[in-house]
Design a protein around this ligand. Structure first.
Ligand code: PMP
Ligand code: GLN
Length: 385
């Protein structure tokens, strides 16, 4: 292409390429085991794939309705009613999205205006802050206390101002693998009472939670549910991250505002996959088995690395395990992760990238959503470091 030098006034001057693209790219280039970006390396259910094929063969290949097909919205509403005892109206309170990422972007875009403040908790999943900035908002980052990564609610209280428009929570939490407790949720409920604050609750790992811990959805707390968007991802729940399918729920008034943005953001999302998911989700066993399925993977991985030099606090949810390397190296986590990928042929995610000020806790994140052979090969490498 001819080189035309255009004066770009970047809206995201400090945004680097996402760490997931960088580490997966490096893993491929180095032929390393890729436990960095979070995706399963085992197949999607054959039944679900057959349902997609059937929907395509049956002609569901044109635009789906803007808000998603009603059968899928109904089965989602049924799930929330049976798991959390809350009734969302499938017509007005559920929307199907292109993954959780698009839901998150459209929610932020619908409500955040210039100089609005949004509270997030760091380490924070990487798509929140850029979406806030692109809409003129200001990110107020509150640090979670390592190694438990718990929330200092006094700090949250002090950080709420008359400009606070939204608080984003994420449980089970990526990257730390911790979860919010019932007490955390009740404290948050009390803090936002009488304010105009919207909660964006990122619950993409709602079914990936261990040791019989109960997932504390905002749906369980009246004072939260009435002001919350819940965001979910079929990619996480059905081992199909490449499908980029998700959904969100919110009270009708908030959802109506969201849909104004959503219709111009994507209009509607993949039709045959919605058909397939609607049928597949009618059997709750297709998602209720996930805690046991992933807990077995976590335990298998942790058992295989128990004699390694890494420090370990078992993940309580998500398919990520943090490993501390303070007994192994003084290098910063980005350099260490890159070196492990190049020299030891195992890729992970350095967690400093999830903080605005890039705090280095000497911790790496490993994805255990892998088959046993991969987990054993990973453990073998990690035990030799
Ligand atoms: N939120 C969190 C916490 C995540 O880990 C991810 C990655 N799956 C997303 C949102 C985005 O989900 P999706 O791939 O459905 O866009
Ligand atoms: N959610 C995935 C993770 O945390 C990555 C998604 C992405 O690549 N953007 O690893």
């Amino acid at each position: 292409m001819p080189n035309f030098s255009y004066q770009i006034q970047s809206k995201l001057p400090n945004a680097a390429t996402s760490i997931f693209a960088i580490m997966s790219g490096l893993a491929n280039e180095q032929n390393a085991l890729n436990l960095s970006q979070g995706f399963p390396n085992f197949p999607v259910s054959r039944e679900l794939i057959n349902l997609v094929t059937k929907a395509m063969n049956n002609g569901f290949n044109q635009y789906a309705p803007m808000t998603g097909i009603i059968e899928l919205r109904e089965v989602i509403a049924d799930k929330f009613s049976s798991l959390y005892g809350i009734n969302y109206n499938p017509e007005t309170e559920v929307t199907i999205t292109a993954g959780a990422t698009q839901a998150i972007y459209s929610i932020i875009s619908s409500f955040i205006q210039k100089d609005d403040e949004v509270i997030i908790f760091a380490p924070a999943y990487d798509c929140y802050d850029p979406a806030i900035k692109l809409n003129g908002g200001k990110t107020i980052e509150i640090e979670l206390h390592a190694p438990e990564f718990d929330v200092d609610w006094n700090k949250v209280k002090e950080s709420i101002t008359d400009k606070t428009k939204m608080i984003i929570i994420n449980t089970p939490h990526n990257p730390s693998g911790t979860v919010l407790s019932e007490n955390d949720m009740k404290t948050l409920e009390k803090l936002v009472r009488g304010t105009n604050i919207i909660i964006l609750s990122d619950e993409v790992y709602e079914h990936i939670i261990f040791d019989k811990i109960k997932h504390q959805s905002v749906a369980l707390f009246k004072g939260l549910a009435e002001r919350s968007f819940i965001v979910a991802s079929f990619g996480k729940t059905f081992h199909a991250t490449g499908w980029k399918m998700g959904y969100c729920l919110a009270p009708a008034e908030l959802m109506a505002e969201f849909r104004k943005t959503h219709q111009f953001n994507v209009f509607s999302v993949n039709h045959p996959m919605q058909k397939a998911l609607a049928t597949y989700m009618k059997k709750p066993e297709n998602y209720l088995g996930l805690p046991d399925f992933y807990q077995a993977k976590r335990d298998f991985f942790l058992n295989a690395i128990k004699d390694s030099n890494f420090s370990i606090i078992p993940s309580k949810g998500t398919y990520f395990q943090l490993l501390g390397y303070e007994n192994i190296s003084d290098e910063n986590d980005v350099d260490f992760a890159v070196r492990l990928t190049k020299e030891n042929k195992i890729a992970s995610i350095p967690i400093s990238v999830f903080y605005n000020n890039k705090i280095d806790k000497k911790v790496l994140r490993f994805c255990f959503s892998k088959n046993e052979d991969t987990l054993l090969r990973a453990a073998d490498i990690l035990c030799r470091i």
